[in-house]
Design a protein around this ligand. Structure first.
Ligand code: CYC
Length: 222
């Protein structure tokens, strides 16, 4: 091919060394997510501004590698999560680290699954619907990961009878997570839901990353 008219191959496949580095980073992202976090301190310090929320990520060994169930619940109603999803961190040749987000058919069937290994094991690939436009693009920043929902305002969320698109960012450290999720009106761009004062600050309460090690043929043992 003359003068660079060929399309370059994807960066990740181009170098086994780079692929190794990226896989290490993908595994670290997965391990740091895997556990239970809460914003108890923040909620107690600023009671009217922030509800007290628990966010828990736990592996789903029967699904594709690095799949995790995520459950968000108010501390006052831990058994009635308001959001339950499946996330799957993966390496995308063109975009690098990426977290796919899925909804579950009949989410009520899996309430409590975060604490119940038998119920978790019943979640099948068929129960998942990929949330188009809601993939998270993540960068390894050394001592933390930063990320945001993919650009384009395509992550549509219907809430309280209104359409919105998601604007979301997160920073993940080994032991803490900051997130800000906001919904905006597709026409006026006015904020319709989500935190006004700033990000939620979560601190790790439990580390479940050891549960990843035996799964997917020992893939995460490095
Ligand atoms: C929605 N939060 C979402 C969505 C994404 C994320 C992608 C849109 C898709 C969906 O409906 O689930 C966030 N996804 C993430 C993040 C990662 C990821 C951060 C990185 C691992 O892969 N969210 C919070 C707060 C809380 C909140 C604690 C209060 C604002 O972090 C709520 N997130 C929240 C709500 C929605 C949402 C209410 C809309 C979906 C719904 O109504 O169920």
């Amino acid at each position: 091919m003359l003068f660079g008219l060929s399309i370059p191959p994807p960066a990740v496949a181009a170098s086994p060394w780079l692929e190794r580095v990226m896989t290490n980073s993908l595994d670290r992202l997965t391990r740091w997510l895997c556990g239970s976090v809460s914003n108890q301190r923040q909620a107690f310090e600023s009671p009217p501004l922030y509800g007290h929320i628990h966010v828990r990520y736990r592996p789903l060994g029967q699904l594709a590698p690095r799949s995790m169930l995520i459950e968000q619940a108010y501390a006052i109603a831990p058994k009635e999560p308001y959001r339950i999803r499946v996330v799957r961190p993966l390496l995308c040749p063109e975009q690098g680290l990426k977290v796919m987000n899925y909804t579950l058919a009949e989410p009520q069937r899996f309430f409590g699954a975060i604490d119940d290994a038998d119920l978790r094991s019943e979640i099948r690939e068929d129960d998942l619907t990929h949330l188009e436009g809601c993939n998270y693009l993540v960068r390894d920043q050394g001592d933390h990961f930063s990320g945001s929902v993919e650009p384009g305002c395509h992550c549509r969320v219907r809430r309280k009878g209104r359409d919105s698109y998601l604007v979301s960012e997160f920073v993940l450290r080994n032991g803490s997570m900051e997130t800000i999720d906001r919904g905006h009106d597709p026409d006026t761009h006015e904020q319709l839901w989500g935190s006004l004062p700033g990000p939620f600050l979560f601190e790790r309460k439990e580390d479940w990353s050891d549960e990843l090690l035996p799964l997917w043929g020992g893939l995460m043992q490095g």
